[in-house]
Design a protein. Structure first.
Lengths: 565, 176
């Protein structure tokens, strides 16, 4: 391993697989963030298992107080900490190694990391000691212990510091490489980082007064203001994820089949649309709230006339077409789908990438638009359809993409061989199919009106009772089976990561590479005028058809409800 | 190449025909969905209300109590049952962990349903018609509703409101 010396200190190694210059100081920070991310994920997954076995009324495992406690834990560790720590690792590593540049300020990098970790510990501690049974959203006037809000603030500030270091790294790169364009992967990360600034600022704006209120310094927090500003953190933070995982999709298409966006201008334009249109996402959560007007709702919930949805649909063509064109250049040109059949399905990063795109688009994306349309929100709001949507979008989309790319990070970032590599082939399938089943069954349960975040849908102890359609028992069982499959997949993945990183054999060079990195395909023979990715075109038409049918069905159901205005 | 700088002249590369067509379709669908919500406001009968008044828990509880006294017809499991005349203002209050009162409405008639909370956020979920709205403290949210089916309907709280959240269930009876 070649190591460069700077000011008497070794700061670079040269990666013997990719040839990239890797800043060792950045690498350490990225590693620590990635490890904390995986620990958060482990907590979230164990919580998920307990929650599945509680909501599945047949087992009804946890007592009521622990159900809401574990639900709070699951939401924050799964949706916030695991994903954001992973993204912080990606920002630090992506803005140095992928740009062949150095870390602008390792000291600030450490400061941000430590602050975020301290915040993470405080939040987990307050939840587990029963001082913050307020669920992830902690809607005021439900009140948690001040340490909970303080922990969230420290975490947000830590994350923000690292985002700033990321921008500083880009500036160093810009100075060293005048006139060059960013690689698409880093461009996507940059979009994520810009969205993160707005998101985290919203978080700070609402958690600071809430902290003061929980300490008794401020007497009152308006519930509607809290909810509006909190979702400025809550939903746009999921757009950080979308931006980051789309960047990871492009990266994986390149690593697994040598695929390159067929038009960088289009892909970049879509990332810009994300930045422009996505920060208004708070509105999704306020569609059946008092106080806000229909004009405000329609404009904001549509992400400014669905420009962000449009952006996602651009990526939905750009990523698979990158794969298709690369495969066609390799000679898989027969029919519409030979390129897909001949793809490296045995490579866990490739199967993970494909499943992530399908689940994100067909389940997360389509349901997301229906949930977020002003009127159809009436029939899904706070039902199990909501977790059904984000199980598809975040867990099937973001988490699966991150899990898949980790199979490259273990050798390239952690310099370890992947433990039990034979297992890796199955993990994306087990996890992906499991979470897809979970998401779809949750969505259906929600369509029958079953509430989310509810300990007992037999309403024991209540003055009245209500029995949901008995067909639901079937979907509860399906939900349970899907959930257990996904949990098993996730635990196997965590086992592989932990054993590899802490007890694994060192990775000594390209000869130790277990997961293949594709050679770039041969260059295009000639420019041709017709379709370059006909297979992808058919797939996206299939998608848009499913999309329109689903929207129409939901408006059909809605029109059968009571009249309301 | 996702990990390397793009090829030279990338900003001037022509967009492939299929990608161009797809972007056209995707853009039209996006714009259509946007205008669909507006069209639904004009022509359809299910739209979330935006009529809201400021109130306080004390004031709203007074209004509800007066409403109950005026139209009370009985009591069920300790909760008053109220039968307001069609077209009237109807009050429903959510609190940890119950809804008050039980309402008897008439099918096909319109009511101005005022909902608010005395403490934290609640969610009102009318089952099995599956319509869901938020209930805030200090905001009087007015839903102008017209029940179009008769029978007994449950009011389930579907916003987490504390340890007894699962016990919070109320009732609306719609008569023919």
């Amino acid at each position: 391993m070649a190591v460069a010396v700077h000011d008497g200190e070794k700061i670079f190694r040269t990666c013997d697989v990719t040839g990239f210059k890797v800043d060792l100081r950045a690498e350490k920070i990225a590693r620590l963030n990635a490890v904390v991310a995986v620990v958060s994920f482990l907590i979230a997954v164990i919580a998920a298992l307990l929650l599945v076995l509680t909501r599945w009324q047949m087992f009804h495992l946890l007592p009521v107080d622990w159900y809401y406690r574990v639900l709070t834990l699951h939401g924050l560790d799964g949706l916030v900490f695991w994903i954001i720590f992973f993204e912080l690792a990606a920002l630090v590593f992506g803005s140095t190694a992928f740009l062949n540049t150095r870390m602008s300020s390792p000291a600030l990098g450490w400061l941000g990391t430590i602050l975020a970790i301290v915040g993470w510990l405080m939040v987990n501690y307050t939840i587990l000691t029963g001082n913050a049974d307020v669920l992830m959203t902690s809607y005021a006037p439900l009140k948690a212990h001040p340490l909970f809000y303080l922990g969230m603030i420290l975490f947000a500030v830590g994350a923000l510091v690292i985002v700033m270091v990321f921008f500083a790294n880009l500036m160093i790169w810009r100075r060293e490489n005048p006139g060059q364009s960013l690689p698409l992967f880093v461009y996507g990360l940059m979009a994520a980082a810009i969205i993160a600034v707005v998101t985290i600022a919203s978080g700070a704006i609402i958690y600071i007064p809430t902290l003061l209120w929980s300490m008794g310094i401020i007497s009152d927090i308006d519930a509607a203001v809290y909810k509006l500003v909190w979702w400025g953190l809550g939903h746009p933070s999921q757009q950080i994820n979308v931006s980051a995982h789309v960047a990871v999709w492009y990266l994986l298409a390149f690593l697994t089949v040598g695929g390159t966006s067929i038009n960088e201008k289009v892909s970049r334009f879509a990332f810009v649309l994300y930045i422009l249109a996505i920060n208004v996402a708070s509105a999704h959560h306020l569609l059946v709230d008092p106080a806000v007007s229909p004009v405000w709702k329609v404009w904001n919930t549509s992400y400014v006339m669905y420009l962000a949805v449009f952006a996602s649909m651009i990526h939905a063509f750009a990523v698979p077409s990158a794969i298709e064109v690369a495969q066609r250049r390799r000679g898989y040109t027969k029919g519409l789908f030979e390129w897909l059949k001949a793809a490296p399905w045995g490579n866990p990063a490739f199967s993970g990438l494909m499943l992530s795109m399908i689940i994100f688009g067909f389940i997360g994306g389509i349901t997301g638009v229906v949930n977020g349309m002003e009127q159809t929100n009436i029939i899904v709001h706070n039902t199990l359809s909501i977790p059904g949507h984000f199980k598809g979008a975040v867990v099937g989309g973001t988490v699966l993409a991150f899990m898949s790319v980790t199979y490259y990070l273990i050798p390239l970032l952690f310099r370890k061989k992947i433990a039990f590599y034979g297992l890796a082939k199955f993990v994306p399938w087990l996890f992906g199919i499991g979470i897809a089943i979970t998401a779809v069954s949750l969505y259906i349960l929600g369509a029958f009106g079953i509430p989310r975040r509810h300990w007992d849908i037999t309403f024991s102890g209540g003055p009245f009772t209500f029995t949901f359609n008995p067909v639901m028992d079937f979907f509860w069982a399906l939900f349970g089976i899907g959930g257990i499959m996904a949990v098993t997949g996730a635990l196997l993945w965590i086992l592989q990561v932990v054993v590899s990183v802490f007890f694994g054999q060192p990775f000594r060079g390209p000869q130790d590479l277990q997961i293949p990195i594709a050679e770039p395909p041969p260059p295009a023979e000639e420019e041709h005028e017709g379709f370059v990715a006909p297979g992808t075109f058919v797939l996206v038409l299939l998608f848009i058809t499913a999309f329109i049918i689903f929207v129409a069905l939901n408006y059909g159901w809605l029109s059968a409800m009571w009249e309301v205005k | 190449m996702a990990v390397l700088p793009p090829r030279e002249n990338w900003p001037f590369q022509k967009i492939a025909k299929d990608e161009k067509i797809w972007m056209g379709i995707a853009f039209c669908v996006s714009i259509f969905l946007f205008f669909w919500m507006i069209i639904w406001h004009v022509y359809a009968k299910q739209n979330p209300s935006f009529v809201t008044y400021r109130t306080t828990p004390e004031e709203f509880y007074q209004l509800t109590k007066a409403f109950i006294e005026k139209y009370k017809v009985g009591e069920e499991n300790g909760i008053p049952v109220v039968k307001p005349p069609p077209g009237s203002d109807v009050f429903l209050v959510g609190m940890q962990f119950r809804w008050e009162p039980v309402l008897i409405l008439k099918k096909g008639e319109e009511y101005r349903l005022h909902i608010s909370s005395l403490d934290v956020l609640h969610g009102i979920s009318i089952q099995p018609v599956n319509m869901n709205f938020m209930v805030f403290p200090k905001y009087d949210y007015v839903l102008t509703i017209r029940p179009t089916s008769a029978g007994e309907f449950a009011l389930i709280c579907n916003e987490f409101c504390g340890i007894g959240h699962h016990m919070m269930i109320g009732k609306i009876i719609v008569e023919e």
